[in-house]
Design a protein around this ligand. Structure first.
Ligand SMILES: C[S@@+](CC[C@H](N)C(=O)[O-])C[C@H]1O[C@@H](n2cnc3c(N)ncnc32)[C@H](O)[C@@H]1O
Length: 303
């Protein structure tokens, strides 16, 4: 196994990636600086247009190289840069999805109001790759637990837990409140990473993030029973990540199934796990009572 397994390493990700063997991790995820002049501690986020793209094509190529043939590659950014990233990705990997993460972003000059980030999802192989269908809970009124949508009179045909996850994600919110975030300008919510990890990996798989920031990917990997490798340029961010990961436990599990939790409620499950999970939900008759019962976990999970 790779010497970096379950490690967070301080350093330049391109140099570190170059020390890794080919085909050695199951999933790579990158959330690089967006070249938007953000105030990172050790990195100046203002390169020229071409300099930024040339730099990105080096680490993207390295990410693809270290991903196993059965593995997946994800890159998060604003649409402008993802358009160019595809040039490199299309040469060595296979396009699966453009995931649209519905979250307001900063306007850049004269434009439509930007309302989503993109996550490019590629696989290293054309055919043999992992992709699990996922489900997220139906939207319900907070107080009554009633379904928010009418569903055209077909409520009794709904899946008791919730619909299959599409390529537009509107139910995951950015980490905005200062009390909930670290001293870092661009921290991602861990349940965004949970969803990507549940989508494309199994228990025990290894996930690499070359721009770890304050540790989101490593935290998500660890709490879902996966291994992680994180690279980060800044010493302070590395220290924050290590502290947080040390205090994270592989406990995002209900019965034998790994799930994503937010505020003690299940927010993403794998469709194949539903038959095991159904016994843990308070839905005595899932079809008839779906309208009236707020689906909650019977057990409380200590986070
Ligand atoms: C958008 S942030 C990642 C945030 C992360 N996803 C999180 O949730 O905390 C990008 C990170 O890349 C780091 N960085 C910039 N250049 C780097 C390099 N060459 N190697 C490793 N990390 C780098 C920055 O310090 C910053 O923390």
């Amino acid at each position: 196994m790779n010497e970096y397994c379950n490690q967070i390493i301080q350093g330049d990700c391109i140099e570190l990636l170059k020390t890794m063997p080919n085909d050695s991790v199951d999933m790579t995820f990158a959330d690089p600086p967006f070249n938007l002049k953000k105030g990172y501690k050790s990195y100046t986020d203002r390169r020229s247009f071409q300099e930024y793209l040339d730099w990105c094509s080096v680490w993207i190529s390295e990410m693809i190289r270290v991903t196993k043939p059965s593995g997946s590659i994800f890159v998060h950014n604003i649409p402008k840069w993802l358009m160019y990233y595809s040039e490199t990705l299309n040469k060595y990997a296979y396009f699966r999805h453009w995931i649209s993460w519905d979250a307001p972003t900063s306007p850049m000059g004269k434009s439509l109001q930007p309302a989503h980030y993109g996550i490019l999802f590629y696989t290293k192989s054309e055919k043999n790759f992992k992709l699990n269908e996922l489900r997220y809970p139906h939207k319900r009124d907070r107080k009554t637990g009633y379904l928010q949508k009418d569903y055209g009179g077909k409520k009794d045909q709904l899946h008791p837990f919730g619909p299959l996850v599409s390529d537009v994600w509107s139910d995951i919110h950015r980490v905005k409140h200062t009390s909930k975030r670290d001293l870092h300008p661009c921290q991602l919510p861990p349940h965004l990473l949970d969803r990507l990890i549940l989508l494309s990996t199994d228990e025990g798989d290894t996930i690499l993030d070359p721009f770890l920031g304050t540790g989101t990917t490593a935290i998500s990997a660890k709490r879902l029973g996966r291994k992680y490798i994180g690279f980060e340029l800044d010493e302070d961010y590395v220290r924050i990540s290590k502290d947080k990961v040390d205090n994270t436990y592989p406990n995002f599990r209900v019965g034998n199934s790994w799930v994503s939790l937010y505020l003690n409620e299940v927010v993403t499950i794998r469709d194949i796990d539903w038959s095991d999970l159904i016994n843990f939900f308070v839905i005595p008759n899932p079809i008839r009572e779906i309208d009236h019962t707020r689906i909650k976990l019977k057990i409380k999970i200590d986070l």
